[in-house]
Design a protein around this ligand. Sequence first.
Ligand SMILES: C[S@@+](CC[C@H](N)C(=O)[O-])C[C@H]1O[C@@H](n2cnc3c(N)ncnc32)[C@H](O)[C@@H]1O
Length: 306
Amino acid sequence: MKVKYYAKAKDWILRSWIDICKKVHKNKRSGVTFIDLYAGDGVCECDLPSDDVEKWPGSALRAAVAGCSGVAEISVIVNEKNRANFSLLEDRLSEYGDCVKAMYNADARYAIDEILESLDPAGHNFFFLDPFGHSDIDMELVRKVSSFGGKREKYKDDFFFRRPEMLLNFPSKGMARCVGAQEYDSVNRFFGHEDWLPFVIDSKEKYGEAWSYYLTQQVLAELAEFYPQHEKRSCQIPFEIINQQNKTNMYWLLMFTTHPLARSIYSNFIKYAERFLENDVLRKWVEIREIARAKQEGIKTLDEWC
Ligand SMILES: C[S@@+](CC[C@H](N)C(=O)[O-])C[C@H]1O[C@@H](n2cnc3c(N)ncnc32)[C@H](O)[C@@H]1O
């Protein structure tokens, strides 16, 4: 499917995290189940200013490749609502048959109950929720995932309540646009109530940050009962994805995890993600665009001088 260049940062976070999971479970009897609720068609394609197309594997394929590497036990469950995308995904995943445990072609909000029933709440379950916009998802679904499990466990000297790991693409830009235009219906449907409005409006009036920031804060606050916001090593790690063209917010990637090891790895790991976004997405895009412009205008590029 067609994606924008900044989707590379999302891909980097996802595949790097899958890689870390692979290392954590390497040669162990334990494993990880990756549940991709908005799986897409298996390929990401981005049109570059140079008229080239850059392609990379979609989220479900990233996980399936890791699952078939034989390094660790990784099973994959996918769900995709769109029939055409689902068929393409089926084809693309067919060669990874062994690690693909189940495929659903449904609205994630309906598929979730059956998927949760099939999972071990004591296992390492990693959910990826990657909708296009806020109309495709709601907090009821996010809460169902977040509240799964919850048994008290011990890791080294730390006690924690086991919850799934969850990477949520929170589509803040579209939602912020609705709030700015005072079109609240779709936002009310997403939250399942209207109580978000006073917090978001008051905060914006007082502190002046973008709508998208306060909407994200609202989501984080609503999930704090499952993923507490401790001062140190919070169970919630937000990461902002910005557009390379005008440096404005596109969405927030929100990582949730209660496991002490995952929390400590993730908070350091995110610094590498920032560097990737800065160097390999934002700067790289400017470079590609400038080379394309130079070619159009018949100017020699730096490479051609050297
Ligand atoms: C951003 S794309 C996913 C990209 C994919 N995760 C990747 O990284 O390759 C969102 C996908 O969710 C699907 N979708 C939209 N609404 C959905 C819903 N309610 N339930 C499940 N899938 C949905 C769309 O058809 C689309 O393929």
